[in-house]
Design a protein around this ligand. Structure first.
Ligand code: NAP
Length: 284
């Protein structure tokens, strides 16, 4: 059986280094601060917010939650966002997405300050990730995938990485990050022909499909590293990934579980990004 690689050790390691950074910044007179902008009270937003608040607290990062009414107008939303952009005491901004349908995300993404955009909403950060410009902020989940691979010593140079999924939040950015680490990357999606065959070519297989247990053992090459980004519910109502863990675990050399895998790393990545934003803005 392959090694089960969990997220907690990775999150703890990142948190430890963020705590040290925050201590240094506080010593120099600045406390990093994150603004969370939430429209309405979607349960998954609230769950992530609770996790983020806990992590920021552990790291010593200040947080202010801007809770806007579910029916907030585009104009009022933009006014709030601009005020947060201009608030010198706030270094990072996380806007929960997807937003309610009456709000125009395509317009909003051009307004969030790229320097404070710690979860890659702004097109400036999307471009920076594509360019490999490290002053940008990739989204938290793809960054968590890369942190997992780094922590567990997976050398990506020259390896064939296959990413299943091409969304802007996971598939595309993680592909760019893998490419930056000199992997050879194949991106698959719903129109890919013979997906199992494509996946069997992977040294590193990243599943970001959003379909419970779709990637089974027949998609996996002996010895592959499997990173499961999926968060789904199985037919019994239990949380599961996009990977059928049971049928893949004996073929993989390393495999992430769900829960307790990639998802556990995202809030520590967010904290790391707030510190990075604070340093870039203050020059400290
Ligand atoms: P998404 O926007 O729905 O994108 C899913 C992608 O998978 C699309 O590119 C789609 O292809 C592809 N796909 C769907 N069915 C497929 C099939 N049968 N064969 C091949 N490709 C298929 O989802 P997402 O936001 O990227 O999220 C992916 C998963 O990650 C979800 O389970 C989500 O809950 C999870 N997630 C986890 C975290 C975390 O912190 N761990 C964060 C975000 C998301 P097309 O482009 O052709 O439609």
């Amino acid at each position: 059986m392959g090694t089960i690689i969990k997220g907690k050790a990775v999150a703890d390691s990142i948190t430890e280094s963020v705590i040290a950074d925050v201590k240094e910044l506080k010593g120099a007179g600045t406390t990093p601060k994150l603004a969370i902008v939430r429209v309405g009270d979607d349960p998954s937003d609230l769950a992530y917010e609770r996790g983020a608040l806990k992590r920021m607290d552990k790291c010593g990062i200040d947080v202010e939650v801007f809770e806007l009414r579910k029916d907030v107008s585009q104009k009022d939303f933009l006014e709030s966002l601009k005020r947060i952009n201009e608030d010198g005491g706030i270094h990072g901004i996380l806007v929960f997405r997807p937003m309610p349908g009456h709000l125009d995300e395509e317009a909003i993404k051009y307004v969030i300050s790229p320097e404070k955009d710690v979860d890659s909403f702004s097109p400036v950060n999307v471009a920076k990730v594509t360019e490999g410009d490290e002053t940008g902020f990739p989204p938290a989940t793809p960054t968590a995938v890369m942190e997992m691979l780094k922590f567990y010593g997976v050398d990506l140079k020259g390896k064939h990485a296959v990413v299943v999924g091409r969304s802007m939040v996971v598939g595309k950015p993680v592909s760019m990050l893998l490419l930056k680490e000199n992997a050879t990357v194949t991106i698959c999606h719903s129109r890919t022909k013979d997906l199992p065959e494509m996946c069997r070519r992977a040294d590193v297989l990243i599943a970001a499909v959003g379909r419970a247990k779709m990637i089974d053992g027949s998609y996996v090459k002996e010895g592959a590293v499997i990173i499961d980004v999926g968060i789904n519910m199985d037919k019994d109502g239990n949380m599961c990934g996009d990977v059928d863990f049971e049928s893949c675990k004996d073929k993989a050399s390393m495999i992430t579980p769900v829960p307790a895998g990639v998802g556990s790393v995202t809030t520590s990545v967010l904290a790391k990004h707030v510190v990075k934003a604070c340093r870039l803005q203050t020059g400290m």
